[in-house]
Design a protein around this ligand. Structure first.
Ligand code: FAD
Length: 336
């Protein structure tokens, strides 16, 4: 089917993280009419950056890798546009209460000047309504209808609906409209992540820019200012490990902060004189065991994409959205 006739096919995408953005971008290229709804103030999802006065910190994804040629192609356009770059931190590993330098040759990339920059860049050409938390979806006479928490019923209706959100949030929306995916949700074990951001008035004397930590409450520490394009106060991001975070996800923020900072101090990062912010990620990581890539229900035209369907992580999320768009296009060729 030529692209012109596809202009009539309308698609709503819920979620403007990497998966939702790549799906939207690819569908538009293929000639679909796309509208994205995002509950927060901007795009990029868990690839995110917290900004304060004179400081910023990547508090979700810390870096990403690129292995698939299609994703590498997208990454190269971001690098060319100046919104992503290599990050070569002095990287240490803490294991068995010993420090060692990592000699991993893995190439690591980050958004520039902030982790959410590639998301913001992709969003420029996509129609996104922000501050719209979709809390109900239903299908009537073959069309999808949405309702948002903030604004009630959305007047437009759509031929196809894509959910590009974490599994537990996706389950909450689909449980009344599609039972065929329930068993898939139950195999996902999403884990939270307690994140502390510490701002210092001067450079901190540590032998590394980033470190993987084993056997402690903390699993990751990194100096944000070691990433390209970061200005402002010296800021460190500290992630508690997924198992500990999940076990203590309902902990009082003050208590979580205290325990994480004690662990950081033991590792040599004393945050006594730092200004501290803390963030609780309820759904940070997790994926189903078998990589399905995406889900496309050809009967009701409800689709799902996201990191949890494609191995987790930034690259998996982006590819999940991209592959879903291609599959929707193949389906449309013969059925719409
Ligand atoms: C602390 C942390 C550290 C991480 N570290 C790394 C790392 O180092 N490397 C790596 O590759 N990956 C890392 N990740 C994982 C990576 O961030 C994710 O795999 C990827 O960003 C997921 O993209 P996504 O589009 O699938 O989902 P998301 O980014 O979660 O996007 C979903 C979007 O949907 C929106 N949304 C949800 N519900 C609704 C609703 N009802 N209505 C409207 N909008 C809604 C959300 O606000 C969000 O913007 C990390 C994640 C966290 C949290």
């Amino acid at each position: 089917m030529p692209h012109e006739s596809r202009h009539k096919v309308t698609v709503a995408i819920i979620g403007a993280g990497m998966a939702g953005l790549s799906c939207a971008d690819r569908l538009q290229t293929l000639g679909f009419q796309v509208q994205v709804y995002e509950k927060s103030r901007g795009p990029s999802g868990r690839m995110s950056t917290r900004h304060g006065e004179g400081w910023s910190a990547d508090h979700g994804a810390q870096y990403f890798t690129a292995r698939d040629p299609v994703f590498i192609e997208a990454l190269n356009t971001w690098i060319k546009a100046g919104v992503a770059a290599d990050w070569n931190p002095r990287l240490f590993v803490y294991e068995g209460e010993q420090w060692r330098e990592s000699h991993s040759s893995e190439r690591r990339y980050v958004g520039v000047p902030a982790m959410n920059s590639p998301g913001q860049y992709q969003a420029k050409t996509i129609s996104i309504e922000i501050n719209q938390t979709i809390d109900q979806i239903y299908q009537q006479d073959g069309k999808w209808f949405l309702r948002s928490l903030e604004n009630g019923d959305i007047t437009k209706s759509f031929d196809c609906l894509v959910l590009a959100i974490p599994a537990p949030q996706s389950y909450a929306l689909t449980k009344l409209v599609d039972h065929s995916i329930e068993t898939i949700y139950s195999s996902v074990n999403m884990q939270g992540c307690w994140t502390v951001m510490a701002r210092f008035s001067e450079k901190v004397d540590m032998p590394f820019d980033a470190a993987f930590i084993n056997g402690e409450i903390i699993s990751w520490i990194s100096r944000n200012n070691s990433k390209p394009g970061r200005t402002g106060h010296e800021t460190w991001t500290i992630h508690a490990n997924p198992q500990w975070s999940q076990q203590w996800i309902e902990l009082d923020k003050e208590e979580a902060r205290k325990l994480i900072l004690e662990s950081a101090k033991k590792l040599g990062l004393n945050c006594q004189n730092a200004e501290i912010s803390i963030h609780r990620w309820r759904y940070a990581s997790g994926a189903i065991n078998t990589e399905m890539g995406f889900i496309l229900n050809e009967t009701n035209k409800l689709s799902l994409c996201g990191d949890w369907l494609n191995g987790g992580r930034v690259e998996g999320a982006w590819l999940s959205g991209y592959k879903l768009a291609n599959a929707m296009n193949n389906f449309a060729e013969t059925n719409l």
